[in-house]
Write a protein of this length. Structure first.
Length: 278
């Protein structure tokens, strides 16, 4: 069971599923069991499947890095063919669950899967732009939930998308800074490997964190938005900017760890405040 949970990247899969559920909750005028549970299980399975396929594709790279060499495939705890079969099966099950909800939820989920596996995964060996490119499929799950609720893709829908997109860059840059030697050992083309001094890394982390301020202020442009909820959300974003600025200045492991830790708290808090803002 432990190896299976690692194979599907259980914590990441759970987080992605929660953001899709949040997208449904933000868009739905009334809660309906079928689309809600369809989104929940559909996104869970397709994300778990993508994670397993990703581990299959990166099994040799994972074996080179201390952070990942204890994953199931480098340990030979699972056969590569088994991991690939599990990943493909879970992905198809997830897509099959989402299809009855309409073409938009299934289509967005399929697009996210393709971008993650076909575009982002190989890019990690070729260019440091992979972090920004990979943030696109990572930001799509709220739109799956939103469209499953039958809501149109208005400005309301894209606030969670852009929030997720901008959040991912400082989140992953902080992680990549802490493990930059590991990534270099694995041959991954990360910005933290190319920029050993960290000037560009810090500036990018700070820039994308700053972008969260206007993104989270955007509900104020919509009719019926809660002023109090939005102001709390913007205030939370300024706190996040503060941690990103500290990392940009210090560029050490401690400031990176602080930024990474705060990012894990920021995302669920931000989505919670979005419910108050909408």
């Amino acid at each position: 069971m432990r190896h299976l949970l690692t194979l599907i990247k259980a914590r990441i899969t759970a987080l992605v599923t929660l953001t899709a559920m949040a997208g449904y909750g933000l868009a739905a005028e009334s809660w309906q069991a079928a689309p809600f549970w369809g989104v929940t299980f559909g996104v869970f399975f397709i994300t778990a499947g993508a994670s397993a396929v990703n581990m299959y594709l990166e099994r040799r790279t994972d074996a080179l890095m201390a952070r990942t060499r204890n994953r199931p495939l480098p340990l030979n705890a699972l056969a590569p063919r088994t991991a690939l079969a599990l990943g493909a099966s879970a992905s198809l099950i997830g897509l099959a669950i989402l299809l009855p909800l309409g073409p938009w939820p299934a289509g967005i989920a399929a697009l996210s899967w393709v971008m993650y596996i076909v575009v982002y995964t190989p890019l990690k060996l070729r260019t440091s732009l992979n972090t920004v490119v990979g943030a696109i499929p990572g930001a799509l799950p709220p739109l799956i939930g939103w469209t499953a609720a039958g809501a149109p893709l208005t400005m309301h829908a894209f606030i969670p998308f852009f929030l997720m997109f901008a959040w991912q860059v400082p989140h992953f840059l902080a992680l990549a800074w802490m493990y930059r030697d590991d990534y270099e050992q694995g041959g991954l083309q990360m910005l933290t490997v190319e920029d050993r001094e960290g000037g560009m890394v810090g500036r990018q982390a700070l820039l994308y964190a700053i972008c969260l301020v206007p993104i989270t202020a955007a509900p104020l442009l919509m009719a019926g938005a809660s002023l109090a909820g939005t102001l709390m959300l913007v205030g939370l974003s300024f706190v996040f900017v503060g941690f990103a600025a500290r990392f940009a200045i210090k560029r050490d492991r401690r400031s990176a760890a602080s930024l990474f830790g705060v990012s894990l708290l920021y995302l669920p808090a931000a989505f919670g405040l979005l419910f108050l803002s909408y």
